[in-house]
Structures are given as structure tokens and as C-alpha cells.
Unconditional design. Structure first.
Length: 478
């Protein structure tokens, strides 16, 4: 198949969260399975490495023709296409220290239009794989602009839903800037406002939520107002769990002090000691070391961590946390170091290398998200022999099997309801098992390390979604 993946961020060129990991890894997995793949994302200010004389296309939006560069980077069998325009040449991706950029609708409408133009010469049919609200208008542009010209009549659009909290909502007056006929307004309209994500949900040929549980939860109470729209398309909505990038492998990870695997765990104890030394904590192999890596906002359940830390750090444990975000939570990170200097470290900021070392050096990983469409860190932690304690929601519930020692099953603890008491109990179970049942702990760790979270498995499921989308489009045009 000809597959065109379009996303607002994409590793290794840009990243703020898990979307970038997915958008960078899935194209490679699909190419390895024999498909022709284009992966298209903005060329932000900090991105280099693309060819200096890109192809150029012209896109009409908001009353002007905009010249857009298309720079190509070939890697791993994928044509990575970087969309170059002055609106992407800023500090920050979606916003800066002053807040969210006011022209994001224009910027990502431009990305969608440019992505369609970038593959104009590709033999049809094409599967366009859009992601989140930023490319939610792509199927609308196909229907309103290109199909009336006889273009992409057999091409299909799959829309992945990573996080419905963000929908790109704008005033109705902004619709005129898209240069599409007024008959398409009902597709974009939600409560009198322009909603790009709703437009994509209504007009895509197939919908994918990034975990099976999330696909159900967004139709019930986690759709941020889009639940009725999603229920109306329930037959076209499936959940496909994200895979993890193969670079997250403790046997080959260059960031670690020592390598290890499920068959040889000696290196994990070396990594634990190295992490303790790096962060200035007492170097003790016996003490349980708990880790957390997170964006610091309410979605991630950092308030629960705040609640349990005084109780937790009364115990003989160590706690290492990495993240940035809300000032309140950054202050909390700094405060735990001041209050418990021999037990806790809170690193404010993003440090990819340190993230790898925390995953490798910790014994227990904390991930108490209020909601989590898929989540990757719980899978990274299991891959690195670090047992997760998570809230039983979305992809966390789909990936972490709660330990049941009577039946020799489980890879961690998934707690519910979302309360500090339930979170504390789950942590308590993990600490008790670590200290009192070392053989059980070793088996829990082994099960997590040998679980298949590869992208090849996810890519097979996406192939099925793509085929269904193409069949749906073929029926619509027959």
C-alpha cells in the first residue's frame, strides 16, 4: 500500500510527547513490512538535515497563496517530508512562554494541504493516516478541493485519536479562511464553533484510538464533548495499542552504564548504582528505588503523587522524578529534594538520556494518570525490568496486568479508583513483594521484559485498518 502519515510532531525531528514517538516509529515498521511510506511533518525552527533546495508548492489559505517548501529525508525505507514555512520557524511547537500560538489553525491546515500536494504524483489509491486535531481537516480538504477535480477518488483517510482533550476549536468566522464551500460547514461545526477534530471524526473513512480501552472510554465519558459523535461512528472505531521504539532496549541502549536482558540481569544492578551516584543518593542495592517520568499536569496524576509522597518517604525508599510543566508541580519536585535530601530527587526539565537511565535503574515505576489514551513509559519500564504501578485507565489498563500470585500472572499493579488511598495500596503491594518475595518479584519482572510491545505487531493491525478504509472508500465511489 501507499501510506502517507501526517502528524504535527515526529521523532527524530520534533517532539513534545508520545505522538512524536508514534509518528516516527510506525512509518518505519510499515516500510519494513513492504509498504511505500511517506511521513510528513513540519520543519520547525530547530530541525536541520534536510536538503537545501526543497520542492515548492503553493497553498491557498486565509486569502493568500502561501509558498511551502517540501524537504525530503530518506531513512529506514521511509520518505520523511518536512513542510517548510515561515509560520513553523519559531521557538516552540504549539506555543511559547506567552501561551499557545494564535494561528495554529492556519499552521496545521497548511500542513494538511501541503501533505496532500506532496504526494500528488503518487499512484492512487493512497491511505492518508492523519493524527489528532492538527490534521483533522485533511479529509475535509480531500472532499472539498481534490475530489471535485477527480483526484484521490479511491484514496482513504484514517484518523488516529491520541488525546481528545485538544480539539483545535476556533470561532465560526475562521471557517472562511479554509477556502472550502459552505456546504462543508456542518462537517466542521460543533455548537457553533469550528472544531477540526470533530470534522476529522465525521469525515475520515476509519478511526483508530491508541488503545482498546481508550476506544471505549472516549465513547462513554472521556471524549471531552465528542462522545455522541464517536458513538455514531462506533462501527468504524477500533483501538490499536501503540508499540515502542526499538531503541528502547536495555540490551543495546547506549545511555546506560551497563547493558542487560531478561536472560542476564546483572547490568540492571549496575544501572541502579550508577543512577544513585549520578543523582547524589546513597548507593544502596537493597533500597527500593521508585521512578517517575512525566509531563507535569493534572492529567498525569501528579497531585496523587503529591498526596502519597509524605507517607511514602517515611519508608526506607528512594524516589527519582523527571519532568516539566505546571509551576506548582515543578515546585513540588524541588521541594521534595529540600525536605528529603537523602531519599528523593526531582529533576525539572526534559532529559532523554536521563529518562533511559531512570527506566533502567529504578525498581518500581509510578504512572498514576487520570486518563491515558495509550502511554509509553509503562511499556518502557516493563521492557527495562522496572515494575509499573499505574492507574487502571486507557492503555495503562491494556498493558499492565495486575499481579495475581495465586495464578502466577501479572506484570505490575493497576489501581482503581483514582484516589490517593488506592494508589498507596498499590505501591504498598509492590514494596511488600519486592522485599518479602524476591522470587515472585523476579518472575513479575521477567514477564514484563518478555511481553511483546513491538511496532511490528501494531503495524499488522494498522494494515487491517487501512484495508478496511480503502474498501469503504471503494464502495463509496462504486
Amino acid at each position: 500500500m501507499n501510506v502517507v502519515i501526517v502528524a504535527s510532531e515526529m521523532r527524530p525531528f520534533s517532539k513534545t510527547g508520545g505522538l512524536a514517538d508514534v509518528a516516527g516509529a510506525l512509518p518505519v515498521a510499515l516500510a519494513e513490512r513492504g509498504h511505500r511510506v511517506w511521513a510528513i511533518s513540519p520543519r520547525y525552527r530547530h530541525v536541520d538535515g534536510a536538503r537545501q533546495q526543497p520542492e515548492r508548492v503553493s497553498v491557498e489559505l486565509f486569502g493568500m497563496d502561501h509558498e511551502v517548501g517540501l524537504s525530503v529525508v530518506e531513512a529506514h525505507g521511509v520518505q520523511f517530508v518536512l513542510v517548510d514555512h515561515v509560520s513553523f520557524q519559531r521557538e516552540g511547537i504549539y506555543g511559547d512562554v506567552h501561551g499557545v500560538f494564535g494561528d495554529n489553525l492556519f499552521r496545521y491546515a497548511l500542513l494538511s494541504r501541503a501533505a496532500i500536494e506532496a504526494v500528488a504524483a503518487v499512484e492512487e489509491p493512497v491511505v492518508f493516516h492523519a493524527n489528532d486535531w492538527h490534521t483533522g481537516l485533511l479529509p475535509v480538504f480531500l472532499e472539498a478541493i481534490h475530489r471535485p477535480r477527480g483526484e484521490h477518488l479511491r484514496s482513504a483517510v484514517v484518523l488516529s485519536l491520541h488525546n481528545l482533550k485538544h480539539q483545535g476549536i476556533e470561532a465560526k468566522e475562521m471557517f472562511g479562511g479554509l477556502h472550502i464551500d459552505a456546504r462543508h460547514w456542518p462537517t466542521c461545526d460543533m455548537d457553533g464553533l469550528l472544531n477540526p477534530l470533530k470534522a476529522g471524526i465525521v469525515s475520515a473513512d476509519a478511526l483508530v484510538a491508541v488503545s482498546p480501552s481508550y476506544s471505549l472510554q472516549i465513547q462513554e465519558d472521556q471524549g471531552f464533548g465528542l462522545e455522541p459523535v464517536l458513538r455514531s461512528r462506533s462501527e468504524d472505531l477500533v483501538g490499536v495499542l501503540n508499540g515502542i521504539d526499538p531503541s528502547w532496549d536495555p540490551a543495546t541502549d547506549p545511555h546506560l552504564a551497563a547493558r542487560f536482558s531478561a536472560d542476564d540481569l546483572h547490568g540492571k544492578s549496575v544501572c541502579k548504582a550508577a543512577l544513585q551516584r549520578e543523582l547524589g543518593l546513597p548507593e544502596r542495592p537493597d533500597v527500593p528505588l521508585l521512578g517517575l517520568i512525566s509531563r507535569l499536569d493534572a492529567q498525569k496524576g501528579i497531585d496523587l503523587v503529591e498526596d502519597v509522597v509524605p507517607w511514602l518517604l517515611q519508608d526506607d525508599v528512594q524516589l527519582v522524578m523527571l519532568g516539566s510543566g505546571a509551576r506548582r508541580f515543578e515546585h513540588f519536585f524541588r521541594e521534595i529534594e529540600r525536605r528529603w535530601p537523602t531519599k528523593a530527587r526531582g529533576w525539572v526539565g526534559f532529559n532523554e538520556s536521563l529518562a533511559h537511565r531512570i527506566e533502567a535503574g529504578a525498581d518500581i515505576f509510578l504512572m498514576p494518570s487520570r486518563f491515558e489514551p495509550c502511554g509509553l513509559n509503562q511499556m518502557y519500564s516493563m521492557r527495562y525490568g522496572t515494575v509499573p504501578v499505574v492507574h487502571a485507565t486507557g492503555g495503562l489498563a491494556d498493558t499492565v496486568v495486575t499481579v495475581d500470585p495465586t495464578h502466577d500472572r501479572g506484570t505490575g499493579w493497576a489501581f482503581a479508583p483514582f484516589t490517593s488511598a488506592a494508589f498507596s495500596r498499590a505501591i504498598g503491594y509492590a514494596l511488600q513483594t519486592y522485599r518479602e518475595y524476591p522470587k515472585t518479584w523476579a518472575e513479575i519482572r521477567r514477564r514484563g521484559m518478555t511481553t511483546d510491545f513491538s511496532w511490528d505487531h501494531s503495524a499488522r493491525l494498522y494494515e487491517e485498518v487501512y484495508q478496511r478504509a480503502l474498501s469503504r472508500r471503494a464502495q463509496a465511489t462504486s
